[in-house]
Design a protein. Structure first.
Length: 300
């Protein structure tokens, strides 16, 4: 059956549609229906923390990104925003017509967001934090990764919870959040393993950084079957004082603060649910979008 878009199988039964850009997809109503349910379910898991809820744009200031240290650790994944309007003009348009309040130079001050949590740390910059704080953030992210396996996208969405507190309290929240999320995933019917992991550090000293991250249990991954193998669908990261030092925020009387975050790739989480429960949403847990909605037709 052909749709008005000329697609052989109706869009309503697809999770996403591929585009001409590798690792970049269009989300459908079906996937958004599932994500909407997951969003509410995930918020319930962290309701006891009374987090502020934010939705982040796909870009961030280059200065904020520099402070995170992401470019030093993962330059191979970083995406930048730039324009060459000073060098060329689009057909039928003059450069002057396109230059609004943001000049070409101003546009170059933006970078693509690699992790949704990067929007959070600048909010605390230079401040004294008098009590523990939690922020839930969802955002569109980009990593210049190789989209050569199921669920690996260059443009994707994350939801994360960031916690800021004194070291003992932050460490306790981190352990408690791992327990809560494991139960949540189990309630969703997803079989996961929690495994010690490391980030893909790049360049000189990367082997040492990977080793330290594992030995100190700073990163855990939640891994689940997406249909063609077990892959990470989410992770928990303990940053110690990395971001509090980078963004210069402290506790009362200058006390050191730690941060931790836990989050998931939304598209990967949906794939894990499809593999766990099949294509008929009527058989899914309600928290995952079950009980109503169309039937998933399978991979494109």
């Amino acid at each position: 059956m052909m749709t008005e878009l000329g697609i052989d199988i109706p869009v309503s039964t697809r999770l996403a549609l591929k585009t001409r850009a590798h690792g970049v997809e269009l989300s459908t109503h079906l996937q958004e229906h599932i994500i909407g349910r997951l969003r509410r379910s995930y918020a319930d898991v962290f309701s006891m923390d009374r987090p502020e809820r934010l939705w982040g744009p796909p870009v961030i200031s280059a200065e904020s990104m520099r402070r995170t240290g992401y470019g030093r650790s993962f330059p191979q994944l970083l995406g930048t925003v730039h324009t060459d309007l000073e060098e060329r003009e689009l057909p039928g348009e003059r450069t002057g017509d396109l230059a609004g309040p943001e000049s070409a130079a101003g546009t170059q001050e933006l970078m693509l967001v690699a992790s949704a949590c990067h929007h959070v740390y600048p909010l605390f910059q230079g401040k004294e934090i008098t009590k523990a704080a939690s922020v839930m953030v969802e955002g569109r992210c980009f990593r210049n990764d190789s989209p050569n396996e199921t669920g690996r996208l260059r443009s994707f969405r994350q939801f994360e919870v960031v916690h800021v507190a004194a070291p003992p309290q932050c460490a306790h929240w981190r352990e408690d959040s791992l327990t809560r999320v494991e139960k949540w995933l189990s309630d969703l019917g997803i079989q996961v393993s929690k495994e010690v992991a490391n980030d893909p550090f790049f360049g000189r000293g990367s082997s040492l950084m990977r080793s330290v991250q594992r030995k100190q249990l700073l990163k855990w991954e939640f891994r689940a079957d997406l249909g063609d193998g077990v892959k990470a669908i989410g992770s928990s990261n303990y940053h110690k004082n990395h971001f509090s030092e980078a963004f210069e925020f402290r506790g009362p009387s200058g006390a050191e603060l730690h941060t931790a975050c836990i989050g998931f790739g939304l598209e990967r989480l949906v794939l894990a649910l499809v593999h766990a429960h099949g294509g008929n949403l009527d058989s899914w847990p309600e928290a995952a979008g079950g009980g109503s909605g169309p039937t998933y037709a399978g991979a494109e």
